[in-house]
Design a protein around this ligand. Sequence first.
Ligand code: F6P
Length: 491
Amino acid sequence: MFNQQTLKQVVTEKIGDELLVVVSNREPYIHRFHEGKVVVDKPASGLVTAMDPMLRATEGIWVAHGAGKADKKVVDANDCVRVPPDNPKYTLKRVWLTKQEERGYYYGFSNEALWPLCHIVYARPQFDLHNWEMYRQVNQKFADAVLAEIGDKPAFIWVQDYQLALVAGMLKEKRPDLRVAQFWHIPWPNPEVFRICPWKKEILLGLLGNDLLGFHIKFHCDNFLNTVAQNLEVRVDYERSSIFHHSGVETRVRPFPISVDFDEIAEDAKKDYSDDETVEDVLHTLPEKYETIAIGVDRFDYTKGIPERLRAVDRLLEKHPEMIEKFLLIQVGALSRIHIPLYKKLNDEINALVEEINWKYATDSWAPIMLVRRNTVYPQILHFYRMADTCVVSSLHDGMNLVAKEFISSRNDDDGVLILSQFTGAGRELEGGALLVNPYNVEELADAFYEASTMSKKEQKRRMSAMRDIVKEHNIYKWGTDFISELANIS
Ligand code: F6P
């Protein structure tokens, strides 16, 4: 079984004296002011959910954008702070961005161009030269921060995600001796989709700075190999799943399905969170009548299929009026990436749909959808997972989706049904236990709500225990161990 200790062992064995440096846009702990005091939040992010336990086990350095209003207050002269705040295990080094950089690099190129390009949910990518220039400039800033931090020491640099596609190439330019790897947390599209990007060659060349490049599933690895083959003059070796370039330098491309800390979640799920302010608020506002609860937990993002899920509730109640005053969907989540028009539009759409569907079916003591518009964080979120009969993940496209795995890990009772989009990475691992759906098919999603709400306890237990076995074995430490072991094979 993989755990913190086994991962630590592998890191010591394989990485030895080299420094382990993780680089990402999103930081794992955000400091902000609240009533005159500095408080800490953990952001809602699959990347943070996965990487924080990894760093706690390996005690490396995490370089990330300092986005919190009080972030500067707590760092030392080197822009570093020890985290987690209550039990420090590793160093967080913060990179500061100007408003202009944040707009161009994060909102602009990362989330208005690359995000829709990679997810293919029919949101048109916006390509803007100024945003691209900011993206390059900020990637350089991250690379420089890493180089300053490691000095001339040997190091293993582990870059995260699509916001930092150029960092590996920039690092290798200055320090070809470094071992650099990257994990891409979102899907990689097919070459026909990627070819429209005006800076596709620069992005691909940047990524080839990595010795190892990881995606969640083989399908995304194959898409990447094909994209490179169609756009660059390099040798793609499909059998080895490698790309050879710059006179023989190799970039290995491998699947590593990311996961969660199953044991920690299962342990935390035994605790009582009913005193928490958000939990209390929600419990007080539950309708008088309901028998079965479905829960959705998402950042409000147009890739998550939230409107589709709401329409499916409407269809469920049309088809099965007997579910009136029985079925309740609690949708938890907060608006993200607020400065992007599509996200504002999504927010309006969700509001309008909830209002309309609730108005259509509400009785004096019940309405079918409860919107908990809050960034409800771990571990309090476990209370909602535990009180649900069903968890719904209806992403239109998702690299992995860790909400599904968190829900499973929290169900020590072996009860509860997972409705899961077939277009998530998680869908490939959990197909034997989850009710797999095509979220574009509202009819199918409505039927899945019905099936989940009426499923026998025996069948629930059969499915849930099968999924728990998978997530328990394929936990975040296995993911980390596999990734580091693969990298260690590279001389
Ligand atoms: O997992 C994909 C991802 O984009 C991460 O890179 C990111 O941390 C997370 O979703 C949340 O998005 P953001 O950091 O833009 O709030």
